[in-house]
Ligand binder design. Structure first.
Ligand SMILES: Nc1nc2c(c(=O)[nH]1)N[C@H]1C(S)=C(S)[C@@H](COP(=O)(O)O)O[C@H]1N2
Ligand SMILES: [Mo]
Length: 534
């Protein structure tokens, strides 16, 4: 129920970036070369099965030496920042030789350069980070330095001038386009769009806290409510780019995106590859190729120079460091598409799971979260608690209504439209409410949103728990300790605390002054005798 702890202690990511394993085989630079001049950290795997086989042999030979995946579901998360350290993944990079061995360290340097100092580093490598909750609530569009990041591998660095995008498969005229081509207004009219990206793992920590699930080898980040952010992107519509390639052929059904980064699965190597259905690409401005984020060049950590933005779908489909587009007859065969981001039924788990059991998650459902106050916060108020948060629905649906409850979901109060940011087809609405609260002590606050199709959220985490721990979209619940200072007795106690230089928090610490005078106590037991009259 609670979200990621705000972490204070430093965890030694830099030190750990010094690889524990190395592989000094002089042949490696030749076997696994950089694919293109001006691109760093890009090994092409998909076009070279022999190369993949060789990588698998090397990884298999080191199998016993890789660090175990840390256990973080059956015990509390470390109170460090970074929270988790991706030793194993760094070791995979190290044993493949010079092209990749420095990428973990470089990736961490990019985090330091491009991200705010107070980001919560959920996993240091591959880098996964979410902003502190109050920072996410400050603007309808998230400043680039606070936009969450989800990586499955390293961050390739690509010189803009050397960038080129190959488009092939079931298109009539395969093309290779440079960045200048994509930005040429005579070829493609640029578009701007406000888009919320949401990782399908957002709020996963709530599922983990209640019922742990799949512990993937790429650590499935224990996200809080911050693996969602919104930006204004500038780019071109992929629909137009494919038209420029002579259009898709009749048997084209899916469009695959291949990133320049390297991804591992059970000691096999891949480039990051995902796909979306043809009909999604053919909708107007729902799939963009972008180079600008909030009026600034797309940061390296977000996929520079070109990434895909798929509106209303899980973040995973918005491929970063886009190297190639393949138009296919069927969904991508990449493990990210076929073996991950699957939504399993209630009795599926380690004992019986098959990839074919789950359906592929594409559109995000309606979801929301309370961002302030924080879970377990002591809130002193005068009868109203100021509550803020986000609400979002995927699939080009938008939020119409947000309700907040002060009592776990019996009484609900609706946010006034003036207290919600404006509507977009593909973005969240931030909301706020002064929630009427009379009661004192522990209260469960919860939120539920409705989209324009009247969809709303499941009631409890348990209602939609799933083995892969995706799409935690149940009504978000936090516990707060209410102190209502409009009540006479409470106002009096707060004054006494101040007079004695004592403090209300932490509420678990006893007060060190006498809480009731002798006279008052005597008076009261006279009025309300402790013993029955007969
Ligand atoms: N090439 C590539 N693209 C990628 C990923 C990745 O690891 N490699 N991660 C995906 C996932 S799972 C998400 S949620 C989004 C996150 O985008 P962001 O890091 O810009 O917030 O990028 C997607 N695109
Ligand atoms: Mo994601």
């Amino acid at each position: 129920m609670s979200s990621n702890v705000v972490v204070q202690k430093e965890n030694k990511s830099n030190e750990d970036a010094e690889q524990r394993l190395t592989n000094n085989d002089p042949q490696l630079a030749k076997i696994f070369p950089e694919e293109l001049a001006g691109w760093h950290g890009y090994i092409e795997w998909e076009n070279y099965p022999e190369r993949c086989k060789k990588a698998n042999e090397i990884l298999t030979a080191h199998k016993g030496q890789f660090t175990q995946i840390p256990e973080f579901q059956l015990k509390p998360l470390p109170e460090t920042n970074p929270i988790l350290i991706g030793h194993r993944w760094k070791e995979y990079f190290a044993v493949l030789g010079p092209t990749l061995k420095d990428v973990p360290g470089e990736s961490w340097a990019t985090v330091q350069k491009e991200k705010a100092a107070d980001m919560i580093h959920v996993l240091d490598f591959p880098y996964n980070g979410e902003p502190p909750r109050d920072k996410l609530m400050q603007n309808k569009t998230t400043p680039n330095e606070y936009h969450f990041v989800r990586n499955h591998g390293g961050i390739p660095t690509i010189d803009e001038k050397a960038y080129r995008l190959t488009i092939g498969g079931l298109v009539n005229k395969p093309q290779t386009l440079t960045l200048a081509d994509l930005q040429d207004v005579n070829k493609f009219e640029p578009v701007e769009l406000t888009v919320t990206l949401q990782c399908s793992g957002t709020r996963r920590i709530e599922q983990i806290h209640e019922y742990p699930g799949e512990g993937d080898e790429l650590i499935n980040a224990p996200w809080g409510e911050g693996a969602i952010s919104t930006a204004r992107y500038r780019g071109v519509s992929l629909k137009k780019v494919l038209k420029y390639c002579g259009g898709m052929q009749a048997d084209a059904n899916h469009v695959e995106f291949i990133g320049a980064d390297t991804y591992f699965k059970k000691l096999n190597v891949f480039n990051y590859a995902v796909s979306v259905p043809r009909r999604k690409v053919e909708a107007v401005n729902e799939v963009l190729l972008v180079w600008e984020m909030n009026g600034k060049p797309l940061p390296a950590i977000h996929g520079a120079p070109i990434r895909v933005v798929v509106t209303g779908f899980i973040g995973a489909r918005s491929c970063k460091w886009l190297a190639r587009i393949n138009v296919l007859n069927e969904p991508s065969r990449g493990p990210v598409q076929r073996q991950e981001y699957l939504y399993y039924g209630p009795q599926v788990g380690k004992q019986n799971v098959l990839f074919s059991n789950g359906f592929s998650i594409q559109e995000m459902p309606v979801s929301s979260a309370i961002m302030t106050p924080k879970d377990k916060e002591v809130v002193v108020h005068q009868g109203k608690i100021h509550v803020t948060g986000w609400a979002y629905s995927g699939g080009s649906r938008w939020i119409e209504r947000v309700d907040v409850s002060p009592d776990g979901g019996h009484i609900w109060y609706q946010c006034h439209p003036d207290d919600m940011t404006e509507k977009h087809y593909h973005a969240w609405r931030l909301w706020k409410i002064d929630l009427p609260v009379v009661a004192e002590g522990w209260l469960e606050l919860c939120v539920r949103a409705f989209d324009n199709a009247c969809n709303t959220q499941p009631t409890f985490v348990r209602s939609t728990w799933n083995w892969d721990l995706h799409v935690t979209s149940s009504s978000h619940r936090i516990k707060i300790y209410s102190v209502n200072a409009s009540h006479k007795a409470t106002a009096q106690r707060l004054r006494e605390i101040e007079e004695h230089g004592d403090s209300l928090e932490p509420i678990t610490r006893p007060l060190m002054f006498r809480i009731e005078s002798e006279e008052h106590y005597e008076e009261d037991i006279k009025k309300h005798p402790r013993d029955p009259v007969d």
